[in-house]
Design a protein around this ligand. Structure first.
Ligand code: EPU
Length: 338
């Protein structure tokens, strides 16, 4: 276990905020985590702590006067192997895209569309990461966690209550459990999902679809739209795409005929927040050192030296303008850490 006071978080947040944590603790195993949870150091901080993954979905308002916990549990084991699938049990600190690479290399299908998403395995199960028609809950079998007293619990996929970028760990159980392992069910025969945008055309241009071709195509699409956080601080999609009643959408559509939507259920549709941001005129614009990315309006960027407050201010201005024009409230997907 590694434990540091007044610890710099620059390498632990993709928005490139140069802030510090009062205490930073990284554990290498479930035993180490349990040991720490029963320590007086944890007792002092139990009302003010956050657990981070790769810091790709966080925005620090300033220094964090509390405890930052990080998992370095990196094990990966096959826990069941049948002719149809493998169950892989993976430590919460395993880098997500390394897992996708492992699966593609071992001809295990199911997460190839989720290539090149920043972050780690633990966060994948909290956040229900998704892209190009696939959500990670499609392949989650179960989630192993520890409560703050050190008691283990296994959550079935149903108990995780997955929805669009949502799970029980973001709501009722926020801050109550720490995920230590995720068990994924990967298939031996791929069922390619190529229906999103021009993914099929890109994949088929290389010949018959393969897991590797999908991984390459998804990575290329992401590279063309999303800024590399090492060059331009950002946290991917800053807002979730709002889900609104169909009636409200129909009224908007009569006024703004181009407004896109994706069906959710009989009564609701999802509207791309990127379209709304672009159409209120924010795409590519800056406010101080914070800006809206010029190739994907859903991404806010740190042009260099931005404070968390500046980025929050930009997000607030954008939300206000969208509400004024469309009557839709957009909500940050990024977690504000104050
Ligand atoms: N659009 C615009 N202008 C923009 C950006 C988007 O008009 O500047 C409109 C277009 O109509 C476009 C539609 O929005 O067709 C959807 O855009 P895109 O396909 O780029 O997807 P998204 O809704 O912006 C979501 C995820 C992404 C994921 C992509 C691809 C959320 C919050 N974001 O973005 O996830 O990569 O779909 O599946 O659901 C992330 O979470 O960090 C992330 C990048």
């Amino acid at each position: 276990m590694q434990q540091y006071t007044n610890y710099p978080l620059l390498q632990h947040n993709t928005f490139q905020m140069d802030v510090r944590a009062a205490l930073y603790v990284e554990y290498n195993s479930v035993d180490e985590l349990c040991q720490f949870l029963s320590s007086t150091d944890f007792e002092h901080h139990r009302n003010r702590f956050i657990h981070i993954g790769a810091g790709s979905n966080l925005l620090f308002a300033g220094d964090y006067n509390g405890l930052v916990l990080h998992s370095a549990i990196h094990d990966l084991e096959v826990v069941e192997d049948t002719s149809e699938y493998q169950l892989l049990r993976v430590g919460s600190g395993y880098v997500w895209d390394d897992l996708v690479a492992y699966c593609v290399d071992h001809k295990l299908a199911g997460i190839e569309n989720l290539s090149a998403i920043p972050g780690e395995v633990g966060a994948s199960a909290v956040q229900n990461i998704g892209a190009y028609g696939v959500e990670v809950c499609d392949v989650i079998d179960r989630v192993e966690a520890i409560d703050l007293q050190g008691t283990p619990r296994i959550f079935t996929k149903e108990e995780c209550q997955y929805g669009y970028r949502d799970s029980i760990f973001k709501r009722e159980l926020r801050g109550k459990y720490i995920i230590t392992h995720v068990v994924y069910r990967l298939m031996k025969s791929p069922a390619f999902k190529l229906g999103y945008g021009d993914l099929r055309a890109r994949v088929e241009a290389e010949g018959d679809p393969t897991l590797d071709a999908v991984r390459k195509a998804v990575t290329a699409i992401r590279d063309s739209k999303l800024p590399n956080p090492k060059e331009l601080g950002n946290a991917g999609s800053f807002f979730t795409n709002p889900v609104i009643p169909r009636e409200q959408y129909d009224t908007l559509k009569s006024k703004f005929p181009d407004i896109p939507s994706y069906p959710i259920d009989e009564t609701h549709v999802k509207v791309p927040a990127g379209w709304l941001i672009e159409h209120v005129g924010w795409k590519g614009r800056a406010l101080g050192h914070a800006a809206v990315h010029d190739r994907q309006a859903l991404v806010l960027v740190n042009k260099g030296g931005a404070t968390g407050a500046e980025i929050m201010q930009l997000a607030h201005r954008i939300s206000q303008d969208i509400y004024a024009q469309y009557g839709i409230r957009i909500v940050p997907e990024v977690n504000y850490i104050q």
